[in-house]
Write a protein that binds this ligand. Structure first.
Ligand code: AMP
Ligand code: GLY
Length: 406
């Protein structure tokens, strides 16, 4: 049996472990006390047939390169390719070169030209940090003074430190959003089944942007033609341009798309699996994820991933105060009852720690994701919520409308 090390500690890594663990021996590092086979050690100290790096930060910081330099087989781009997520300006420049449809933009390090450019735009105004800001560096607003204030705060370093010292100002687009994740081997790519996530904190898409409060897959409105269009118009030209730049991209290329009236446009690329998209897409695989990621890491994908027609819905349970100031340290009740509840695929555990009394306590904003499986979205949603309703801690917040109107 293959040995696989998964790097990371969140719900996405738990989902990877759950699905890779169907046919491989899995270790998660550092993981967390609620993910089986978690060990707190450096991945550089471990041995395995395959390393899968989950989060963006270690990828941007070159962990995949370090592991490859040790002769290890790795799924995840090197620091060069990870710039697609590490620098929005670098990504946008590559999109222009590749001819990928995306919002018009300008990138700035000085206030004055940024303000001049902003005034040429019309609402909604979109201001982003160039660097990584844990999914929080994006402002979309109809209020020009608010956008101007953000530009000042980002560029001065007051809001996001060095991540904001370059800003990207974009044309505001409108339309439904969809996430399509492609698995790349440096030359070719295969698409996974699409997912839709719910980025805003509150029901009816109100409140601040978060890392994602829930997701579902498949997306009934995403016709198979859309997936081949995305492969042809987005993923393939991006891979070709990466290659021209000498970048051997072996990992996930996650296309965040907006389906505008003028056709699909790219909002952003991520260089990792989406969270919570992974918690609904990966368990729907009927073919081996281990094999797919091994082939990608070796530079030659031969298999075509096959998905069950079953639907999955995941509901995130978050702490009070998330995303601005998560309150942690509260005892978590009901995980086992939820896991045993009908139609539950798994409870994917993220911001969880263990206290001196060996009880599970909240330790991060997004604490866990409850994934339900059903014959359709409606049934999967019903199971996900009946599981999620068995889980409690002080101040737990979740959306009640995930996958409600699909
Ligand atoms: P990002 O992290 O770049 O995907 O942005 C987070 C969210 O902000 C996206 O999921 C969209 O809802 C919104 N957003 C980002 N860029 C734009 C844009 N150019 N026009 C409208 N909304 C956007
Ligand atoms: N769910 C959005 C993300 O992973 O960035």
């Amino acid at each position: 049996m293959n040995k696989v090390v998964i790097v990371g500690s969140g719900g996405r890594e738990h989902a990877l472990a759950h699905v890779i663990g169907r046919d491989a021996e899995v270790t998660v590092t550092p993981g967390n006390p609620a993910i089986p086979n978690s060990i707190e050690t450096s991945p550089l100290q471990l041995d395995a047939d395959l390393f899968v790096v989950g989060p963006e930060a270690p990828l941007v910081n070159g962990l995949a390169d370090e592991l490859r330099n040790q002769g290890k087989l790795v799924f995840g781009p090197g620091a060069d390719g990870a710039q697609l997520e590490g620098s929005k300006a670098w990504m946008k420049d590559l999109l222009m070169e590749a001819g990928v449809p995306t919002a018009q933009y300008g990138a700035f390090t000085e206030v004055e030209p940024a303000m001049t450019y902003l005034e040429t735009m019309s609402a909604p105004y979109v201001v982003k940090t160039d660097g990584l800001a844990a999914g929080k560096g994006v402002l979309v607003t109809n209020n020009l003074p608010e956008a101007q204030k953000a530009v000042h705060e980002y560029l001065s370093g007051a809001a996001f430190g060095s991540a904001g010292e370059k800003v990207v100002i974009e044309e505001g687009m409108a339309g439904p959003e969809i996430s399509i994740l492609a698995i790349c081997d440096g030359n070719k790519a295969v698409a996974l089944s699409p997912a839709q996530d719910f980025k805003r904190l509150l029901d009816h898409d109100q409140g601040p942007n978060t890392g994602g409060m829930g997701a579902y897959s498949p997306v009934p409105s995403a016709e198979p033609e859309l997936i081949s269009e995305v492969l042809d118009m987005f993923i393939k030209p991006t891979m070709a341009t990466l290659k021209q730049r000498g970048i051997d991209y072996r990992g996930v290329l996650y296309a965040g798309l907006m389906l505008t009236k003028a056709g699909p446009k790219l909002l952003e690329y991520n260089v990792r699996f989406g969270d919570p998209e992974a918690q609904v897409v990966l368990p729907r695989l009927e073919t081996s994820l281990t094999q797919l990621l091994l082939e990608a890491a070796m530079g030659d994908i031969r298999m075509e991933p096959v998905f069950t027609s079953d639907a999955m819905v995941t509901v995130i349970c978050a702490t009070k105060g998330y995303p601005l100031s998560p309150q942690t340290g509260h005892q978590i009740e009901g995980i086992q009852e939820a896991r045993d509840s009908r139609g539950i695929e798994e409870i994917f555990c993220a911001g969880i720690d263990i206290n001196v009394n060996q009880q599970l306590v909240t330790a991060g904003g997004r604490v866990l994701a409850v994934t339900g499986r059903g014959v359709d979205i409606e049934e999967a949603r019903m199971f996900a919520y009946s599981g999620a309703n068995k889980i409690q801690w002080e101040g737990l917040q979740k959306r009640e409308d995930i996958a409600g109107e699909v």
